[in-house]
Design a binder for this molecule. Structure first.
Ligand code: NAD
Length: 278
């Protein structure tokens, strides 16, 4: 529908079954894009519990299912978005093996280190800011360098959140990182517009993914609600009457990646079923 044949996209944090990243990568592949599924690839480390990140095995399963279903060229690259050398290598490998780079989706994020400010260790604050915000900066830095050299414009799509526009208790590091992504998006749009590169953010509300399900259980317990009551309260605030699905975000991503969205930059688009943000 959007004529993305021949284009090449990197989607970070796309290596998990039923994640937002998988939904966006799959939609881009359906549009004819070749896709790089980039993700951490291991679960070792204090801040990366097994439920939180993709292993290389899961990344390859996600990629193979996408190849089988779409026929697109799909490659996996293990990359910690906090590490400048790994990010530089991810972009260089993409260009060397797939020939070009047209679309970067900064989706990698962690949303499971959530405590009251008075209880938050500095190391947890740093971990959230490093993945969500520094990772977005680093991937943009190297992707934009290549897009500028390529001379054919480009698309950078940053996955922010409702938490980029509203405050949430227990989530000061997460909300700060996501608010920061909007500021970064606006600045990058100003710097890169003259090269034909658009930079936009998508702000989903609750999307049912592995992370989303973990957050529901976590917050319903903290608030002393049953999971059903917690979910009912969430849905009652959404005019469209349901929470988000990865496809909803995939649709917005494909449109922002297309020529049709070529005059849209520096925006932070809510994809929220009408749920109002502050
Ligand atoms: N699910 C929601 O309700 C929701 C709502 C708004 C925004 N978001 C954002 O959408 C994005 C995807 O979330 P999701 O719900 O699909 O969760 P998810 O946990 O499935 O996806 C996050 C991905 O980031 C990867 N990742 C973590 N640390 C990394 C690192 N250092 N380097 C590279 N990759 C790393 C994980 O392995 C995982 O694949 C996140 O940025 C999240 O903040 C999610």
């Amino acid at each position: 529908m959007y004529e993305l044949n021949g284009k090449v996209a990197i989607v970070t944090g796309a290596g998990r079954h039923s994640g937002l990243g998988e939904g966006m990568a799959r939609r881009l592949a359906n549009e004819g894009c070749s896709v790089v599924i980039a993700d951490l690839g291991h679960t070792e480390g204090e801040f990366f519990p097994a439920h939180g990140v993709a292993t290389t095995d899961e990344m390859e399963e996600v990629a193979q299912a996408m190849r089988d279903d779409t026929g697109a060229q799909v490659r996996t690259i293990a990359c910690d978005v906090r590490d400048e050398a790994q990010v530089e290598n991810m972009v260089a490998t993409t260009v060397a093996e797939l020939g070009r780079l047209d679309v970067l989706v900064n989706n990698a994020g962690i949303g499971y280190l959530m405590q009251l400010i008075v209880d938050t260790p500095v190391a947890e604050w740093d971990a959230v800011l490093d993945v969500n915000l520094k990772g977005t900066f680093l991937c943009t830095k190297f992707a934009a360098r290549h897009m500028i050299d390529q001379g054919e414009g480009g698309r950078i799509i940053n996955i922010a959140s409702q938490a980029a526009k509203s405050g949430f208790p227990y989530a000061s590091a997460y909300t700060s990182s996501k608010h920061g992504i909007i500021g970064f998006t606006r600045s990058a749009a100003l710097e890169l517009g003259s090269h034909g590169i658009t930079v936009n953010a998508i702000c989903p509300n609750h999307v049912t993914t592995g992370l989303g399900a973990w957050q529901n259980e976590h917050f319903s317990k903290i608030l002393g609600l049953t999971l059903d009551d917690y979910l009912d309260g969430m849905k009652s605030r959404i005019p469209m009457g349901r929470t988000g699905q990865p496809d909803d975000i995939g649709n917005a991503c494909a449109w922002l990646a297309s020529d049709e969205a070529g005059y849209i930059t520096g925006e932070a688009l809510n994809v929220s079923g009408g749920e109002e943000y502050h």
